[in-house]
Write a protein that binds this ligand. Structure first.
Ligand SMILES: CC(C)(COP(=O)(O)OP(=O)(O)OC[C@H]1O[C@@H](n2cnc3c(N)ncnc32)[C@H](O)[C@@H]1OP(=O)(O)O)[C@@H](O)C(=O)NCCC(=O)NCCS
Length: 177
């Protein structure tokens, strides 16, 4: 069941549910046009509502996956998607992506989403490592990840190609014990 929003402007962090599918597609298409730090651009998130519903239900059913949203006044303003590996040897580790709508950035929502992931991982009894990759000129992202304990582990050269220009990514990770 979707939590009832109280219209107070309060940020609710919760797991995505199937009825979020339409709102999530709208959200992802907006965010793709707002940020060049993501792996998709404006209008590139072309999935159908049914596909998004299936994606959400897969995340809900997988023991080592987490798909959460930040909601303000009933609207999705941020999300985080984490998925662990499919086999016994890599089920303990996964990568996440996070985003927050521009007009809601700098209010602590990104931090809340990542802290939710870290707490969930600690309780999961499966997850032992959280990975991420971030464009190496994404100063806000890198600052936030370091603040939450993520360490730099390496660099992927030419990881993005945007408007003819290459960008490197920083690999970062947090061990969960
Ligand atoms: C990265 C992102 C998720 C952070 O979310 P957010 O809700 O803005 O983050 P928070 O408000 O929780 O924290 C941001 C921190 O950076 C600081 N910050 C915010 N804007 C800043 C800026 N322009 N320059 C420097 N620091 C900044 C904030 O003060 C805060 O630090 P503090 O808690 O010590 O004061 C968000 O900026 C975003 O969606 N960016 C576009 C997509 C993206 O980059 N995703 C990550 C790809 S790896």
């Amino acid at each position: 069941m979707k939590e009832i929003s109280d219209n107070s402007g309060k940020v609710i962090i919760r797991k995505a549910v199937q009825s979020d599918a339409k709102g999530l597609i709208e959200y992802l298409n907006i965010i793709g046009g707002e940020s060049n730090f993501l792996t998709f651009g404006i209008g590139e998130f072309g999935g159908s509502i049914e596909e998004e519903e299936e994606f959400i239900s897969n995340a809900l059913n997988k023991e080592n996956a987490l798909f959460i949203v930040a909601e303000v006044n009933g609207n999705i303003v941020g999300n985080l998607n984490f998925s662990g590996g499919p086999r016994q040897r890599n089920a303990h580790v996964g990568e996440f992506g996070v985003s927050v709508l521009k007009e809601h950035c700098g209010k602590g929502i990104g931090e809340k989403l990542i802290k939710y992931l870290i707490n969930w991982s600690k309780k999961s009894e499966i997850i032992r490592k959280i990975n991420l990759r971030v464009r190496n000129d994404n100063t806000v992202g890198i600052y936030l990840y370091k603040k939450l304990g993520f360490l730099e582990e390496g660099v992927l050269k030419r990881d993005f190609l945007i408007n003819g220009e290459f960008y490197d990514s920083l690999l970062m990770g947090l061990e969960i014990n």
